[in-house]
Ligand binder design. Structure first.
Ligand SMILES: [Fe+2]
Length: 122
């Protein structure tokens, strides 16, 4: 499965999920994370071509598996002339430093991924 995930620099590749999170946070305190597609180069958002979902995970240093923070589905693709934007703001708390991992799915161009480090200080 991992072979199917594509990545790149989000400034040059419109599919790569852009993750905005603080570099340093305090243990147990809510961390606000914004994940979106197409910050630098907009991705199409039409009935035929759209971002279907974003998933966000946190992999704490030394942990065997990442933990899923959330799955965000973008459901409107033109019905009633309405389009959901692939843009999510959420919060989580962590006790250990680790990596935020975001994955996304374009109905035409498949699976994409990105990650950022978050330092958690006691
Ligand atoms: Fe696409």
């Amino acid at each position: 499965m991992g072979d199917f995930y594509q990545s790149g620099d989000w400034k040059g590749e419109k599919h790569v999920p852009v993750i905005h999170a603080p570099e340093k946070v305090k243990a147990g305190e809510p961390v606000e994370v914004k994940v979106l597609i197409g910050e630098e180069i907009p991705h199409p958002n039409t009935l035929e071509h759209y971002i279907s979902w974003i998933k966000l995970y946190f992999h704490a240093k030394g942990a065997k598996f990442p933990v899923e923070i959330g799955t965000y589905n973008f459901s409107a693709h033109g019905e009633g002339d309405l389009f959901t934007e692939p843009h999510v703001v959420t919060r989580f708390t962590a006790e250990k430093s680790g990596t935020l991992l975001a994955t996304s799915y374009c109905n035409i161009h498949g699976l994409w991924e990105n990650s950022v480090e978050v330092k958690v200080e006691g």
